[in-house]
Design a protein around this ligand. Structure first.
Ligand code: SF4
Ligand code: SF4
Length: 248
């Protein structure tokens, strides 16, 4: 027993210090893109053409983060990816960006902060996801991210849930299960679209087998872009939107 206690003391605190202290992700991580609006139009056009997601609007000089898979193919003179994982947005239109996103805390509904600020129970539904979004959601329960320290937990039953967290492009086979889950949740209920699949169909965009836009089925309150969203993006979005307390 003493050996175990000694080992734990040696290991120290393993939970991320965020949000008390800022965290820096690996240099290889691609977060919020910054766009160079002074870039040559031909280069911007080239970026738009080679984007596999048709996420770049060359004329408007914007990227749609709801469609982007963060593959990095456009990185260069026009697009520079930063380390900023704060990607959550409360409106679909906010995801079409030239490099800045609105402050998420200011978009949270006051009523939800009062209701869910101390306790938020989430039901997760994978509606045809590839399992990467799901895996990077799952790690939020590990000691490093320790989501429950914020009073946020994933629950097994929709009847116990305050929010619905949806991943995947919503295959037609999953549509009725998703709608049944939503219907079983008590009011008021929030809906979170996580990953570009749930936001826009992602890499499956255009397939006849998917719905591809969660908001066309049920009203989405919070969007978390990525493919998959980094766990820090999800942590930041949940804590900021429902508790209004994360600044970094
Ligand atoms: S990083 Fe996003 S915008 Fe750039 S090429 Fe890939 S999908 Fe398109
Ligand atoms: S958004 Fe990307 S990681 Fe998430 S389910 Fe779709 S393809 Fe997989």
């Amino acid at each position: 027993m003493l050996k175990i206690i000694g080992t734990r003391l040696n290991q120290g605190m393993r939970t991320t210090p965020w949000p008390k202290k800022p965290v820096t992700l690996a240099a290889s991580y691609r977060g919020l893109p910054r766009l160079n609006d002074q870039c040559d139009a031909a280069i911007i056009g080239q970026c738009a053409e080679q984007c596999p997601q048709q996420a770049i609007d060359a004329a408007a000089k914007t990227i749609d983060l709801g469609r982007c898979v963060f593959c990095g193919d456009c990185a260069g003179d026009f697009v520079r990816f930063t380390n900023d994982f704060r990607l959550g947005c409360a409106a679909r239109s906010d995801l079409i960006t030239a490099g800045d996103l609105p402050d998420l805390a200011s978009r949270a509904k006051e009523q939800w902060r009062k209701l869910f600020g101390r306790s938020l129970q989430i039901r997760q539904v994978s509606a045809g996801g590839c399992n990467a979004c799901e895996a990077d959601t799952n790690v939020l329960g590990t000691p490093f991210f320790d989501l429950s320290r914020f009073g946020i937990d994933f629950v097994a039953s929709p009847r116990h849930a305050d929010a619905l967290h949806v991943t995947g492009p919503i295959s037609k086979n999953m549509k009725s299960a998703l709608l049944d889950t939503y219907a079983a949740m008590p009011e008021p209920k929030a809906v979170i679209a996580a990953g570009c699949c749930a936001i826009s169909g992602g890499p499956f965009y255009g397939s006849e087998e998917i719905i591809g836009d969660l908001n066309s089925l049920i009203p989405v309150d919070l969007y978390i872009p990525g493919c998959p969203p980094h766990p820090m993006s999800t942590l930041h979005a949940l804590v900021t939107f429902f508790k209004g307390r994360a600044e970094r």
